[in-house]
Design a binder for this molecule. Sequence first.
Ligand SMILES: [Zn+2]
Length: 209
Amino acid sequence: MLIDYLFLDKNTCALCQSEYIYKYDLCRDCYDRLDYVDNKFLLKAYECYSIYFYDEFFKKLIGLYKFERRTEFSRIFSKMVYDYGIKKNLFDCDYILPSPSSRKTLINRGFDHIRLITDDFIDKIKPVYLDDFIKVKDTRAQHDLGKEARSTNLIGAFRLDKDLTGKSVLIIDDLVTTGNTSLEMIRVLEQANVKDIKILALASERRVL
Ligand SMILES: [Zn+2]
Protein backbone atom coordinates (compact mmCIF):
# COMPACT_ATOMS: atom_id res chain seq x y z
CA MET A 1 0.00 0.00 0.00
CA LEU A 2 1.12 3.50 -0.75
CA ILE A 3 0.59 4.62 2.81
CA ASP A 4 2.96 1.93 4.11
CA TYR A 5 5.62 3.06 1.71
CA LEU A 6 5.27 6.68 2.79
CA PHE A 7 5.44 5.71 6.41
CA LEU A 8 8.57 3.63 5.91
CA ASP A 9 10.22 6.27 3.80
CA LYS A 10 9.63 8.88 6.44
CA ASN A 11 11.24 6.89 9.19
CA THR A 12 14.40 5.66 7.54
CA CYS A 13 17.76 7.32 7.06
CA ALA A 14 17.62 9.99 4.33
CA LEU A 15 20.97 8.86 3.02
CA CYS A 16 21.12 5.06 3.17
CA GLN A 17 17.45 4.18 3.88
CA SER A 18 18.65 1.20 5.84
CA GLU A 19 17.98 2.04 9.44
CA TYR A 20 15.90 4.08 11.77
CA ILE A 21 16.60 7.77 12.15
CA TYR A 22 18.98 8.69 14.94
CA LYS A 23 19.41 12.44 14.39
CA TYR A 24 18.98 14.99 11.57
CA ASP A 25 17.08 12.44 9.45
CA LEU A 26 20.17 10.20 9.45
CA CYS A 27 20.74 6.77 10.95
CA ARG A 28 23.38 6.30 13.64
CA ASP A 29 26.03 5.09 11.18
CA CYS A 30 25.57 8.00 8.77
CA TYR A 31 25.33 10.51 11.61
CA ASP A 32 28.56 9.20 13.12
CA ARG A 33 30.37 9.90 9.86
CA LEU A 34 29.80 13.65 10.29
CA ASP A 35 32.96 15.38 11.43
CA TYR A 36 31.70 18.00 13.89
CA VAL A 37 34.42 20.65 14.10
CA ASP A 38 32.58 23.58 15.68
CA ASN A 39 34.99 26.11 14.18
CA LYS A 40 35.07 29.79 14.95
CA PHE A 41 37.37 32.19 13.16
CA LEU A 42 37.38 35.78 11.95
CA LEU A 43 36.59 37.02 8.46
CA LYS A 44 37.74 40.61 8.53
CA ALA A 45 36.45 41.64 11.96
CA TYR A 46 33.45 39.34 11.91
CA GLU A 47 32.83 36.03 13.64
CA CYS A 48 32.52 33.12 11.26
CA TYR A 49 31.26 29.74 12.46
CA SER A 50 31.32 26.41 10.69
CA ILE A 51 29.69 23.29 12.00
CA TYR A 52 31.26 20.38 10.10
CA PHE A 53 34.49 19.60 8.32
CA TYR A 54 34.12 19.55 4.54
CA ASP A 55 35.40 16.05 3.93
CA GLU A 56 34.35 13.51 1.27
CA PHE A 57 31.29 12.50 3.26
CA PHE A 58 29.99 16.03 3.68
CA LYS A 59 30.82 16.80 0.07
CA LYS A 60 28.63 13.86 -0.92
CA LEU A 61 25.75 15.05 1.24
CA ILE A 62 25.89 18.58 -0.20
CA GLY A 63 26.33 17.23 -3.73
CA LEU A 64 23.26 15.00 -3.52
CA TYR A 65 21.27 17.99 -2.31
CA LYS A 66 22.53 20.67 -4.71
CA PHE A 67 23.34 18.79 -7.87
CA GLU A 68 21.21 15.63 -7.69
CA ARG A 69 18.33 17.80 -6.46
CA ARG A 70 17.49 15.66 -3.46
CA THR A 71 15.50 18.55 -1.99
CA GLU A 72 14.36 16.46 0.99
CA PHE A 73 17.94 16.79 2.25
CA SER A 74 17.16 20.41 3.14
CA ARG A 75 15.62 19.00 6.33
CA ILE A 76 18.94 17.47 7.37
CA PHE A 77 20.74 20.77 6.94
CA SER A 78 18.01 22.94 8.43
CA LYS A 79 18.06 20.94 11.65
CA MET A 80 21.85 21.20 11.81
CA VAL A 81 21.82 24.97 11.27
CA TYR A 82 18.91 25.56 13.64
CA ASP A 83 20.39 23.52 16.49
CA TYR A 84 23.79 25.15 16.10
CA GLY A 85 22.36 28.68 15.80
CA ILE A 86 20.34 28.24 18.98
CA LYS A 87 23.30 26.77 20.83
CA LYS A 88 25.61 29.64 19.86
CA ASN A 89 22.95 32.34 20.21
CA LEU A 90 23.44 33.36 16.57
CA PHE A 91 19.80 34.21 15.92
CA ASP A 92 20.00 37.20 18.23
CA CYS A 93 20.18 39.60 15.28
CA ASP A 94 17.89 41.65 13.00
CA TYR A 95 18.29 39.88 9.69
CA ILE A 96 18.99 36.45 8.26
CA LEU A 97 20.72 36.41 4.91
CA PRO A 98 20.79 33.03 3.17
CA SER A 99 23.64 33.31 0.67
CA PRO A 100 21.70 34.15 -2.50
CA SER A 101 21.92 32.30 -5.80
CA SER A 102 21.84 34.08 -9.14
CA ARG A 103 18.70 33.93 -11.27
CA LYS A 104 20.46 31.67 -13.71
CA THR A 105 21.43 29.18 -11.00
CA LEU A 106 17.90 29.23 -9.63
CA ILE A 107 16.48 28.40 -13.04
CA ASN A 108 19.02 25.64 -13.69
CA ARG A 109 18.79 24.08 -10.23
CA GLY A 110 15.10 24.64 -9.75
CA PHE A 111 15.39 25.65 -6.11
CA ASP A 112 17.22 28.12 -3.90
CA HIS A 113 19.33 25.70 -1.90
CA ILE A 114 20.25 27.85 1.11
CA ARG A 115 16.88 29.57 1.31
CA LEU A 116 15.15 26.18 1.35
CA ILE A 117 17.20 25.30 4.43
CA THR A 118 16.39 28.52 6.31
CA ASP A 119 12.69 28.48 5.26
CA ASP A 120 12.33 25.51 7.56
CA PHE A 121 12.96 27.50 10.75
CA ILE A 122 12.59 31.20 9.85
CA ASP A 123 9.19 31.37 11.60
CA LYS A 124 10.70 29.99 14.80
CA ILE A 125 13.36 32.68 15.21
CA LYS A 126 13.39 36.44 15.80
CA PRO A 127 15.26 37.77 12.74
CA VAL A 128 13.56 38.16 9.36
CA TYR A 129 14.94 37.73 5.85
CA LEU A 130 17.05 40.49 4.33
CA ASP A 131 15.09 40.15 1.11
CA ASP A 132 16.56 43.22 -0.57
CA PHE A 133 19.97 41.58 -0.84
CA ILE A 134 20.24 39.95 -4.25
CA LYS A 135 22.81 38.29 -6.47
CA VAL A 136 22.83 40.18 -9.74
CA LYS A 137 25.72 38.51 -11.47
CA ASP A 138 26.03 34.85 -12.37
CA THR A 139 29.48 33.99 -11.06
CA ARG A 140 31.47 30.85 -11.62
CA ALA A 141 32.10 28.49 -8.72
CA GLN A 142 35.09 29.89 -6.83
CA HIS A 143 36.79 26.49 -6.59
CA ASP A 144 36.91 26.22 -10.41
CA LEU A 145 39.06 29.30 -10.70
CA GLY A 146 42.69 30.29 -10.19
CA LYS A 147 43.69 32.70 -7.46
CA GLU A 148 43.59 35.82 -9.60
CA ALA A 149 40.27 34.99 -11.24
CA ARG A 150 38.78 34.28 -7.82
CA SER A 151 39.39 37.80 -6.60
CA THR A 152 37.68 39.43 -9.60
CA ASN A 153 34.94 36.83 -10.18
CA LEU A 154 32.68 38.21 -7.46
CA ILE A 155 33.08 41.95 -7.99
CA GLY A 156 29.64 43.47 -8.47
CA ALA A 157 27.95 40.12 -7.83
CA PHE A 158 25.63 41.35 -5.07
CA ARG A 159 23.38 44.34 -4.61
CA LEU A 160 21.48 45.82 -1.70
CA ASP A 161 19.36 48.97 -1.78
CA LYS A 162 18.70 49.42 1.89
CA ASP A 163 20.14 51.27 4.86
CA LEU A 164 21.30 48.93 7.63
CA THR A 165 22.36 51.51 10.19
CA GLY A 166 22.23 49.94 13.66
CA LYS A 167 21.23 46.53 12.23
CA SER A 168 22.93 43.16 12.55
CA VAL A 169 22.95 40.38 9.95
CA LEU A 170 23.60 36.64 10.08
CA ILE A 171 24.82 35.27 6.74
CA ILE A 172 24.10 31.58 6.21
CA ASP A 173 25.95 29.52 3.62
CA ASP A 174 26.70 25.89 2.88
CA LEU A 175 30.43 26.22 2.60
CA VAL A 176 33.16 28.69 3.50
CA THR A 177 36.27 27.89 1.49
CA THR A 178 38.43 30.85 0.58
CA GLY A 179 35.87 33.10 2.19
CA ASN A 180 35.81 35.24 -0.95
CA THR A 181 32.04 35.00 -1.39
CA SER A 182 31.47 35.96 2.22
CA LEU A 183 33.98 38.81 1.92
CA GLU A 184 32.13 40.25 -1.05
CA MET A 185 28.82 39.99 0.80
CA ILE A 186 30.43 41.67 3.81
CA ARG A 187 31.66 44.51 1.59
CA VAL A 188 28.13 45.17 0.30
CA LEU A 189 26.66 45.05 3.81
CA GLU A 190 29.33 47.45 5.08
CA GLN A 191 28.42 49.88 2.32
CA ALA A 192 24.87 49.78 3.70
CA ASN A 193 26.30 50.83 7.08
CA VAL A 194 25.62 47.53 8.86
CA LYS A 195 26.38 47.40 12.60
CA ASP A 196 27.45 43.77 12.92
CA ILE A 197 27.73 40.65 10.80
CA LYS A 198 28.11 37.00 11.72
CA ILE A 199 28.57 34.14 9.30
CA LEU A 200 27.35 30.58 9.79
CA ALA A 201 28.40 27.89 7.34
CA LEU A 202 27.46 24.23 7.39
CA ALA A 203 31.03 23.25 6.59
CA SER A 204 34.51 24.54 5.97
CA GLU A 205 37.82 23.12 4.84
CA ARG A 206 39.56 24.78 7.75
CA ARG A 207 40.10 23.09 11.03
CA VAL A 208 40.74 25.57 13.79
CA LEU A 209 42.08 24.01 16.94
ZN1 LIG B 1 22.16 5.96 7.04
